[in-house]
Design a protein around this ligand. Structure first.
Ligand SMILES: Cc1cc2nc3c(=O)[nH]c(=O)nc-3n(C[C@H](O)[C@H](O)[C@H](O)COP(=O)(O)O)c2cc1C
Length: 356
């Protein structure tokens, strides 16, 4: 298997195994996509990525990380997203979006403001209350969330479903559910945060329940012919937290519910964890989940060199690679990688004269 081999999930053909990993751009107003999203995501489709995933897109307004996140909580958002999607598809990429809710990480400042990541006051466009599985904030300085009631949980499941329906209307061919990085769904999965005593807390079955309900509900509106991916934090990297074994068990549970691929990231549920950062440091998770749960996986995290990406695919550690920062440095990375690896890829006709 090669990096530039095409492949199929359900009825969708991906031209290669390179995906743009979701990246918040903090450039929206009231959740609306705009020219920034068109140019930013569009450039990466032109640059040859097989899949272009949007940033985390909030399924409810209070589920945004910052006031400037993309959103999909109202039908009015569809039109601007559809414009972006049309462009991505015209340029051969599979257009995907990442449905998300930030939970206790909501209402924080965009990174380049003076106090990036800190709480945003209501006067500055922030909001209260925010919600989590449990009434305990990410840090003592964070906004303290309210624990979702059973009615609130049903509302979250419905919001993800509505997000999927709107994604379909916008023309997306791929939806990824964001259950990683310490955001709301992860706040249910991880025993480090979830201390509920009802049917959504305690046992593994209970902590994974909201995610299984979301997947089942999303699959009811997201057509059989289209792929559904799930991003998880495969490890909390913390004693007593979610483990790779939990991830493998989860992958086995969600495959029959209609999840096609596990995008295997890690961390984010606690402010300080002992993460052994280095090239491909999370790839081992993709490999184990793929092998032990028998499901397609995506490897992500410090994948920067064409040979490294090719090696991951050729040795069957993952079915796709997702790149984030390297594709910020160079949106044409896939075109360059194909040249470096002596593999075939189509170039945009407008760029033919620059072909290596
Ligand atoms: C600017 C920026 C924004 C990000 N936003 C998201 C996001 O919206 N959703 C998500 O799942 N991960 C997000 N991430 C994490 C990336 O998708 C990726 O998992 C991480 O950066 C590791 O990959 P890399 O080493 O190729 O950058 C973001 C990363 C960056 C750098």
């Amino acid at each position: 298997m090669n990096l530039f081999d095409s492949f199929q999930i359900r009825d969708i053909t991906f031209r290669n195994r390179i995906a743009v990993s979701p990246m918040c751009e903090y450039s929206s107003e009231d959740g609306f996509a705009n020219d920034w999203h068109l140019v930013h995501l569009g450039a990466r489709a032109v640059g040859g990525a097989g899949t272009v995933l949007s940033e985390a897109i909030a399924v409810v307004s209070e589920g945004r990380i910052s006031p400037s996140d993309l959103g999909i909580w109202k039908d009015a958002h569809i039109e601007n997203l559809a414009r972006v999607v049309r462009f991505l598809r015209q340029h051969g990429a599979v257009a995907g979006t990442q449905l998300a809710h930030a939970g206790f990480k909501a209402s924080t400042a965009v990174p380049w403001r003076a106090q990036g990541g800190s709480v945003v006051s209501i006067a500055d466009g922030g909001w209260r209350p925010i919600y989590s599985s449990t009434a305990k904030g990410f840090t003592p300085e964070s906004i303290q969330p309210e624990a979702l009631t059973l009615e609130g949980i049903a509302g979250i499941v419905h919001a993800f479903t509505e997000g999927a329906r709107r994604s379909l209307e916008a023309g997306f061919e791929l939806v990824e559910i964001h259950a990683a990085h310490g955001y709301l769904i992860h706040q249910f999965l991880s025993p480090l945060v979830n201390t509920r005593t009802d049917q959504y807390g305690g046992s593994f079955e209970n902590r994974t329940r909201i995610l299984r309900e979301i997947i089942a509900a999303v699959r009811k509106v997201w057509p059989e012919r289209l792929p559904l991916w799930l991003r998880i934090s495969a490890s909390d990297w913390t004693e007593g937290g979610w483990t790779i074994e939990d991830s493998i068990a989860l992958a086995r549970q969600v495959k029959p519910l209609g999840v096609d691929l596990i995008d295997s990231s890690s961390g984010g549920i606690v402010p300080k964890a002992n993460i052994p950062l280095g090239p491909g440091y999370q790839t081992r998770f993709a490999e184990r989940i793929r092998r032990e749960a028998g499901i397609l996986t995506g490897a992500v995290g410090m994948i920067t060199a064409p040979e490294q990406a090719q090696h991951i695919i050729a040795t069957g550690q993952a079915d796709i690679v997702l790149l984030a920062r390297e594709l910020l440095r160079d949106p044409n990375w896939p075109l360059r990688a194909a040249h470096a690896l002596k593999q075939q890829t189509a170039w945009p006709k407008q760029y033919e004269r620059a072909r290596f």
